[in-house]
Ligand binder design. Structure first.
Ligand code: GTP
Ligand code: MG
Length: 198
C-alpha cells in the first residue's frame, strides 16, 4: 500500500471525543519509549508527524492521524512509565483502557515490544488483558536495528516460545526498525488487508 497523505487531525484525552464517523483505525500501544511515535513516522514516511523523544512519557494524548483521506493511525501514550506519579499513571491508564475497550472504529491494536528485552511482565499482563477482553491485536517488535540479524530472529523466537506457554496460538508478529524501515511493507500490507475486509 502506498501512503499518499498523512495529516494530524486531533488530540483527545477521552475516547468519546475522538473523531466521529466510521473510518477504520489502527492504534499503537506499548511501554513508554518503545518507539510507537517513531514507528508511525516511519510507516507514513513523515519524519515529524508524531512527536518523539529520547525520554519516556512524550505522548500523553490520543492522537488521530488521517491517512490517504480514508483511515486513521492512532498514537497512544505509553504505559508503565515508573517515574510518573501514581495518579498521573492511573489517569493515563484509564485513558488508554477506555479507548481500547470502547472505540468501535479500532480494527486492530498494534502492541509494540522492544526486541532487545526479555519478555516483560507488564507487556505480558497487558496482552493477557487484551485477550480477556477480546481485543484484536498484533505484536510489533521494535528497534531491531540494535540487534544483529541472527540475534534479532533469536530474540523474537524466544519471545514467541514464551507466549506459547500461555497462548494457544500467536497473533500476527512483525519485526521492525524505525531506523532502517524494516517491516514497513509487511505492516502496511497487513493494514491494507484489514481495510479491504472492513
Ligand atoms: P512515549 O510517547 O513516551 O510513550 O514513547 P514512544 O513509544 O512513542 O517512543 P518514541 O517513538 O518517542 O521513541 C523513543 C526513543 O526510541 C527515541 O529516542 C527514538 O529515537 C528511539 N527509537 C524509536 N524507534 C527506534 C528504532 O527503531 N531504532 C532505534 N535505534 N531507536 C528507536
Ligand atoms: Mg510517543
Amino acid at each position: 500500500m502506498k501512503i499518499t497523505s498523512a495529516t494530524f487531525e486531533i488530540s483527545n484525552s477521552d475516547w468519546s471525543r475522538c473523531p466521529q464517523g466510521n473510518r477504520a483505525e489502527y492504534a499503537f500501544i506499548g511501554r513508554s519509549n518503545v518507539g510507537k511515535s517513531s514507528l508511525i513516522n516511519m510507516l507514513t514516511n513523515h519524519g515529524g508527524l508524531a512527536k518523539t523523544s529520547a525520554t519516556p512519557g512524550k505522548t500523553l494524548l490520543i492522537n488521530h492521524f488521517l491517512i490517504n483521506n480514508s483511515w486513521y493511525i492512532v498514537d497512544l501514550p505509553g504505559y508503565g512509565f515508573a517515574k510518573r506519579g501514581k495518579e498521573e499513571r492511573e489517569r493515563l491508564q484509564r485513558m488508554i483502557r477506555g479507548y481500547i475497550l470502547h472505540r468501535e472504529q479500532m480494527v486492530n491494536l498494534f502492541v509494540l515490544v522492544d526486541s532487545r528485552l526479555e519478555p516483560q511482565k507488564i507487556d505480558l499482563e497487558f496482552m493477557r488483558w487484551l485477550g480477556e477482553n477480546g481485543v484484536p491485536f498484533s505484536i510489533v517488535f521494535t528497534k531491531l536495528d540494535k540487534l544483529g540479524r541472527v540475534a534479532g530472529v533469536e530474540a523474537v523466537e524466544r519471545y514467541k516460545t514464551q507466549l506459547l506457554e500461555e497462548w494457544e496460538e500467536l497473533p500476527p508478529v512483525f519485526m521492525t526498525s524505525s531506523r532502517d524501515s524494516r517491516g514497513r511493507e509487511e505492516l502496511l500490507a497487513y493494514i491494507d488487508k484489514l481495510n479491504s475486509l472492513a
